[in-house]
Design a protein around this ligand. Sequence first.
Ligand code: HEM
Length: 310
Amino acid sequence: MVTPDQAIETIRETGGAQPGNRALHAKGKLYRGTFTATPAAAQLSCAAHLSGAAVPALIRFSSGSGNPKQPDNAPGVRGMAVKFTLPDGSTTDVSTQTAQLFPASTPDGFVSLLHAMRPGPTAPLRLLGYIATHPSFVKALPVVRAANTVPESYGTIAYHGLHAFRWVAADGSARFVRYHLLPQAGEHLVPPDVAKTKGADFLIDELDKRVATQPVRFDYQVQIAADGDSTVDPSKPWHGTQTVTVGSLEITGIDTEREHGGDIVVFDPMRVTDGIEPSDDPVLRFRTLAYSASVKLRSGVDRGPEAPAT
Ligand code: HEM
């Protein structure tokens, strides 16, 4: 099995990652806001931020690449990560991206794919070899490719959590869900010819202006697993059609407090809280380890007990 350091090394070889920066999603910015759950949320999970009382949220929007200078007008996957502060001062995280599926079922699959995609004359052959050994990739590929877009704004594109989490309500009932963060402003993309005319930092500039005039809102929606939906494979689509809007996230301004003077912010999907349990998805569990290795790369610091257990 691939180690977190090997994964980071492979990511660095393919993605342009640099010391001092996140190994992926290197270019991004932190914002502040408030999350308020709907009454329907508490029916699904007893988690403290789903009780209905407004809680503070820290949000980071990012470009998926490891290149800290990745131009915003280039097509690609974007990230949206949210850290909710609970009444007891602890935090819980949600980490999403614009692709509706992950291209691999396992960390090894993901790292093999990155190896196969490395540029060079043998790249087409390597990719064919990958497809032959990972047949489910063929199904996920068009969905992942469809996310290779440029949005009008970080606030006009939908983000997806991909992993399954088990939500447990106060009455003991439980269900597996996947997360979706849906922009209340609707989804709006920039056509490729117009994208070329935009600046390299236009998404961050646009969001800064947008939040200065009005809050940017997202609906937090959960999709409930139907029979047969995989709870361990983020490359497999779900057929479950039951969705519940569990809250609204209101982004109100730029964060000016965090990530200064050695402060390290990590958005880790394994950082759950009572009422939310991680599934056995191996990609989900590996992410904590890879993110710790990335923290070491970007700051030289070991996360230690800050990292959730896998
Ligand atoms: C094996 C699979 C994956 C690996 C190895 C991986 C690796 C990484 C690394 C190294 C970082 C930088 C972490 C840091 O320095 O804090 C990162 C950030 C991020 N990843 Fe992943 N990732 C994986 C899967 C995913 C998936 C499935 C999603 C979405 C559902 C995702 C969404 C994000 C987001 C949104 C960020 C930026 C977080 C921030 O703004 O701080 N990743 N990833």
